[in-house]
Design a binder for this molecule. Structure first.
Ligand code: NAP
Ligand code: GDD
Length: 328
């Protein structure tokens, strides 16, 4: 039975990846950091089928011990401080988690077992102020946030450990991917959740920042399949994973409100509080390498994604009432 260690298992992608690997017969070890209260909402349904272990990307000794004790065949490094605005207010901590955390884990692998296959969660945020449209593996990086800069470091240290020590280390340059499990602070979920609340009479507006920003939005379960495929190849490499379509935040609002029969312009309020010190205006990826080598293709369209998210929030709110916290 192959064994996989996932850092960031309590996050959106970690939870989908764990389910995906369990379905393929993997033994799954999930690393969580110590907190005073647990945050297992996304993994509760299959928690009894995985092993939860404590570790922290800030603490290299914990990573070495984990690898020594559990001897995984594959390590998926999904843990990060992943919210771009927080990276502007906590740039040093973001660098510790999202940049140096990658080196701590790679070096732990180098010390414990160089045969471990490693996946690094790189990001389209690395393209930032884009130097080419669409963006592909060879497009130069120009990050626009401390988060993007940290991910560039994480990307290059992954390439460096592959080239220096022969590790099977892959970097997946994933464009935005969303789902009903997306954190409430990210724009897609903020909108889908607000649409459901407005439709149910629980709210009467949603305050957003830059409506002109364009993203290449895909469906998270499709993207964790690409992560796994990268580690099943004969050679380690880096891949862009994207749908190839780009849509604005405004379009996301239109489709989401339309889906419940409401006019978005009556409910969306632009609030400069949500503008960023530097913005990524346009992302659209060219995933032809992933298609050619991994035979990967997205299965969910933009319109379907928006409807999946709105429907999930409507159902959850109808079942549980208004218990979800309001977010900024
Ligand atoms: P997410 O929902 O924010 O999950 C992040 C995970 O990292 C959580 O499980 C969190 O644990 C964990 N974590 C944070 N700091 C940690 C630390 N010091 N030690 C151990 N664990 C820590 O993110 P996601 O959307 O699933 O994304 C997964 C990865 O892909 C991230 O690296 C993200 O930057 C990257 N990425 C995401 C996208 C996207 O569109 N979703 C696109 C490209 C790249 P807690 O539960 O304890 O907070
Ligand atoms: N969060 C948020 N909240 N974003 C808003 C809002 C708002 O109220 N209004 C407009 N936006 C715009 C942001 O300015 C940004 O241009 C866009 O919506 C998307 O923002 P997020 O959903 O927060 O995602 P992101 O693109 O900054 O980052 C996500 O995708 C990256 C991949 O490109 C995160 O998942 C990163 O971890 C990931 O690497």
């Amino acid at each position: 039975m192959p064994k996989a260690l996932i850092t960031g298992i309590t996050g959106q992608d970690g939870s989908y990846l764990a389910e995906f690997l369990l379905d393929r017969g993997y033994e799954v070890i999930g690393m969580v950091r110590r907190t005073s209260t647990t945050n297992f909402d996304r993994i509760r349904e299959f928690q009894d089928r995985i092993t939860i272990v404590q570790g922290d990307l800030l603490d290299q000794v914990s990573l070495i011990h984990l690898l020594q004790e559990h001897r995984p065949n594959e390590v998926y490094n999904l843990a990060a401080q992943s919210f771009v605005p927080t990276s502007f207010t906590q740039p040093v901590l973001t660098g510790e988690f999202t940049a140096l955390g990658v080196t701590r884990l790679l070096d732990a692998i180098r010390i414990v077992d160089r045969n471990i296959r490693f996946y690094q969660a790189s990001s389209s945020e690395m393209f930032g102020k884009v130097q080419e449209v669409p963006q592909r593996e060879t497009t130069p990086f120009y990050p626009r946030s401390p988060y993007g800069a940290a991910k560039v470091y994480g990307h290059w240290i992954t390439v460096n450990y592959r080239e220096s020590y022969g590790l099977f280390a892959c970097s997946g340059i994933l464009f935005n991917h969303e789902s009903p499990r997306r954190g409430l602070e990210f724009v897609t979920r903020k909108i889908s959740h607000a649409v459901a609340r407005i439709k149910l009479g629980m709210a009467n507006e949603v305050r957003l920042g830059n409506l002109d920003a364009r993203r290449d939005w895909g469906y998270a379960p499709d993207y964790v399949r690409a992560m796994w495929l990268m580690l099943q190849q004969d050679h380690p490499d880096d891949y862009v994973v994207a749908t190839g379509e780009t849509h604005s935040v405004r379009e996301f609002c239109q489709v989401a409100f339309d889906h419940v029969g409401l006019d978005w312009e009556k409910y969306v309020v632009v609030d400069p509080k949500f503008y960023r010190p530097a913005e990524v205006d346009l992302l659209v990826g060219d995933a032809s390498k992933a298609s050619r080598v991994l035979h990967w293709k997205p299965t969910v369209t933009f319109q379907q994604l928006v409807r999946i998210m709105v429907d999930a929030d409507l159902t959850a709110l109808q079942q549980t009432g208004n218990h979800t916290p309001q977010v900024g």
